[in-house]
Design a binder for this molecule. Structure first.
Ligand SMILES: Cc1cc2nc3c(=O)[nH]c(=O)nc-3n(C[C@H](O)[C@H](O)[C@H](O)COP(=O)(O)O)c2cc1C
Length: 192
């Protein structure tokens, strides 16, 4: 699809949103105002029975440094000695410290619905968050390393809550690029 011709701004944002990673982040601060817009967009996601199962923990400044330290600590703790490298530990720390903001994505399971519905609704919220960030000129991505399963205590999660990722965010300098996707025909069957 031609990147310059979209019928409206929503379709344009959907097509132009990309994953943007730490090497492309700049040091520029993300304002609290922008973060609130992003989080309000997330919470506007659809949800069966309006259980609104998404929860977010926002890390900035000293908070994001604490997150980095914790990610390094967990990596060291859970990685078998023969697989452990100091470089990987530092990489884990850097994912946080080279981002301006990290948002822990948490599902709050309620028992009111099948778990998959709460998970699906939370993913809808993340897509809203991602598109809102993109619309404000921010970049980021959903990171889901295995060690997010060990963040419960650090995030102060309850028994019915699960962290399903960290969304790293930053201002960035990245050129627009086309999405890499298989053709629509591979995924859609028309019955008419
Ligand atoms: C649920 C989910 C988990 C993801 N986890 C990771 C991850 O752990 N590391 C990573 O580099 N990208 C991760 N991504 C980003 C995808 O790799 C990315 O969206 C995909 O390559 C498509 O690129 P685009 O976002 O630029 O369209 C994740 C995306 C989703 C939806």
């Amino acid at each position: 699809m031609n990147m310059t011709e979209y019928k409206n701004e929503v379709l344009k944002a959907i097509q132009e949103r990309r994953s943007v990673f730490q090497p492309n982040f700049t040091d520029q601060e993300i304002s609290k105002e922008d973060l609130l817009l992003i989080l309000e967009a997330a919470t506007a996601a659809p949800t069966h029975k309006r259980t609104q199962p998404w929860r977010f923990v926002v890390f900035r400044n000293e908070g994001i440094r604490r997150l980095g330290t914790e990610l390094g600590r967990i990596y060291k703790e859970i990685t078998p000695l023969e697989k452990y490298t100091e470089m990987m530990e530092q990489n884990m720390v850097k994912k946080a410290t080279q981002s301006n903001v990290a948002i822990a994505i948490v599902v709050n399971y309620t028992n009111e619905l099948p778990e998959w519905e709460e998970l699906a609704a939370t993913a809808c919220a993340v897509q809203n968050l991602w598109l809102a960030a993109h619309s404000l000129g921010l970049g980021g991505y959903w990171s889901s390393p295995g060690l997010i399963n060990h963040l419960g205590e650090f995030l102060d999660l309850q028994e019915n809550q699960k962290c399903i990722g960290l969304f790293y965010l930053g201002h960035h300098q990245t050129d627009a690029r086309e999405p890499v996707r298989a053709p629509l025909e591979d995924k859609v069957r028309w019955e008419e």
